[in-house]
Design a protein. Structure first.
Ligand code: FMN
Ligand code: SF4
Length: 571
């Protein structure tokens, strides 16, 4: 493919890509797609893919074999979608290598293996298989960011363009001024998806107002928090969507310099985003004088070494500059002094990925989704003993109860709901009686929980509140960068007290000390890590205080996981 030199060349390419796409789906050959992402690779998807290659090499059927990304239903990996000449695409879950011959042979004989099917990609049922959209996991979702997840090949810019990709960027480039782009993002009331929920349009406007140059736009794809895996899935499944959002951001800021900082552990996300950048350069959608518009943009990819703190905005910028990734005091804010002390707009991966739809459909359309103060959709990851583990995209405001028991399918047989940890490691849990709270930025905060970046963990009776709180605080202790004293010394102190309680040496006054020490850590720490590190512990203490008291006064752990007995015996 040669470089696209102007808008007309882009539009002609779109037409060609669309007809190629339609031919693929309407031809008389089979189309077999296999979801290849980190989640599915762990469950044998590469082996499934290789086995399918062997089956096709035997020549019994004429088929196009494709690789697609994760579609969010990690619980059903490896998934394989089969489109036969006379059928809609049928999505099958749990297709391990052993099942490949049985599935393909069955389909050739007309046996649809309906019991393995998640659904058909159509609005009508087909030969007894219901539409995919009626699957309980998908029924309550509203997929904008995940619209093409599991359908397009993440390593194909052609696929992305065929489904409308880069249309929003081209619209912004030729039909909107940078100011109008910012106005549209402001009208959408899109709030940052990295945790704090700051309005993206306001940040972009502040970045524009700062006169110094050059300016930088940075995607935060670090995602080092436990229990959260939405950004890496987005990059694995649709990297061009994030890149398009970044390009629109650079255009709005009138800067040619974009970065994406990707957590070093997310190897596939890193590779696929790098590939997307290379392809965009090959097509002339990155580089100098893009499509003859006069706007130039260059994107660089940087990666971290695994320290959670490098996801914090100012630490991330030091890491990009090759310095030690540690937070700094603010002000100045990054929009005034960020990378190389120049104005820098930093947003989360999901925030950028939301921008193309806003430009395409308008800020008012986006603001009509979700709630008044938390507009749009949100990616959610759920862990714990629930039926449907994976990544879901819901409209903001869906009640938590519906999220857990409908979208994620409720508790697996044999497990009883005890609570749900919210906000990754940055907030407290909710109990059963609090689950009617809407999932949005402000409602969860009012209960001491947090939407954060959308990572939740459901836990059952086999989890001890003291032990779980210890795990969450120990993560912050381990990841503390050590720059400021309250966090460096305060988080180990909390872990020490919790260990004392877990081992049966707890004292009644320990619960007071936890409150007192936590207050100091929260109020005096320099950055967000320390400022929220005690929150899960305070939340557990508030919701499950009786368990803490039992450990101290009765030396009893009702979940039976704390090492109380052994320690008491030693004493
Ligand atoms: C310890 C720590 C880790 C963080 N890690 C991330 C991260 O991995 N990804 C992210 O987008 N934001 C992370 N943040 C929040 C960022 O500092 C920043 O607020 C965010 O990237 C801004 O983007 P947004 O406005 O689109 O949410 C972290 C903050 C702290 C304090
Ligand atoms: S609060 Fe913790 S992580 Fe943040 S600067 Fe201080 S020591 Fe480092």
């Amino acid at each position: 493919m040669g470089v696209l030199t102007d808008r007309r060349a882009f539009e002609s390419y779109v037409t060609a890509a669309r007809s190629r796409w339609e031919r693929l789906w309407s031809g008389d050959q089979w189309v077999i797609s296999v979801g290849i992402s980190e989640c599915s690779i762990a469950k044998g998807a590469l082996e499934t893919y290789r086995h399918l290659e062997l089956v096709l090499a035997a020549g019994h059927i004429r088929a196009v074999l494709r690789r697609v990304g994760c579609a969010g239903w990690c619980f059903a990996e490896p998934f394989v979608e089969v489109k036969m000449p006379d059928s809609p695409p049928i999505v099958y879950g749990w297709v391990t290598t052993e099942r490949v011959p049985e599935l393909i042979d069955g389909l050739r004989r007309g046996d649809l293996h309906a019991d393995w099917a998640l659904g058909v990609r159509s609005v009508e049922p087909w030969r007894g298989i219901p539409p995919l959209g009626e699957h309980p996991f998908l029924r309550h979702q509203h997929r904008i960011l995940l619209e093409h997840a599991g359908v397009i090949d993440p390593e194909s810019i052609e696929d992305y363009i065929a489904v409308g990709g880069y249309g929003a960027f081209v619209k912004a480039l030729f039909e909107m001024t940078p100011e109008e782009v910012v106005e549209e993002v402001k009208a959408s009331n899109l709030r940052g998806r990295g945790g704090a929920g700051f309005p993206a349009g306001i940040k972009w406007e502040s970045g524009r107002r700062t006169p110094a140059r050059p300016k930088y736009v940075v995607v935060n794809s670090h995602e080092g928090e436990p229990n959260v895996f939405k950004d890496r899935r987005l990059l694995e499944t649709n990297p061009h969507l994030v890149l398009e959002g970044l390009l629109i951001g650079c255009y709005a800021l009138e800067t040619p310099y974009g970065y994406n900082f990707i957590g070093g552990e997310h190897a596939l996300a890193l590779r696929r985003f790098q590939r997307a950048v290379e392809q965009a350069y090959e097509f002339g959608l990155l580089g100098d004088n893009i499509l003859g518009s006069g706007f130039s943009c260059h994107v660089r990819v940087r990666t971290g070494g695994g320290a959670y703190i490098c996801g914090e905005g100012s630490a991330l910028m030091y890491a990009i500059m090759g310095q030690r990734g540690q937070p700094r005091t603010k002000p100045p804010r990054s929009v005034e002094e960020g990378l190389w002390r120049r104005p820098t707009v930093l947003n989360n991966t999901e925030t950028f990925a939301s921008v193309p739809a806003i430009i395409r459909n308008g800020g008012a359309w986006y603001a009509s989704l979700g709630t008044k103060e938390s507009t749009g959709t949100k990616l959610i990851t759920m862990q714990g003993p629930v039926r449907y583990l994976g990544v879901a995209e819901i409209e903001m405001g869906l009640p938590m109860r519906q999220l857990i028991f409908d979208v994620f399918g409720g508790m697996r047989p044999g497990y009883r709901f005890k609570g749900i940890q919210t906000g990754g490691v940055s907030a407290g849990p909710l109990r059963e009686e609090e689950l009617d709270v809407p999932v949005d930025f402000d409602s969860l905060t009012s209960l001491g929980g947090m939407l954060g970046s959308g990572g939740f963990v459901v836990f059952d009776d086999s989890v001890c509140a003291v032990d779980f709180a210890r795990y969450l605080v120990a993560f912050s202790r381990y990841e503390s960068c050590g720059k400021c004293t309250p966090c460096r010394l305060g988080t180990p102190a909390l872990v020490e007290i919790l260990d004392r309680i877990r081992y049966g040496f707890g004292r009644p006054e320990d619960l007071e000390i936890i409150q007192y020490a936590s207050k100091h850590i929260i109020e005096l720490s320099l950055c967000g890590l320390g400022q929220v590190a005690p929150m899960p512990l305070l939340g557990m203490l508030e919701r499950f205080r009786d368990e803490f008291v039992e450990h101290i006064t009765e030396r009893r752990c009702r979940a039976g996981v704390c090492p109380l007995e052994s320690a008491v015996a030693v004493r």
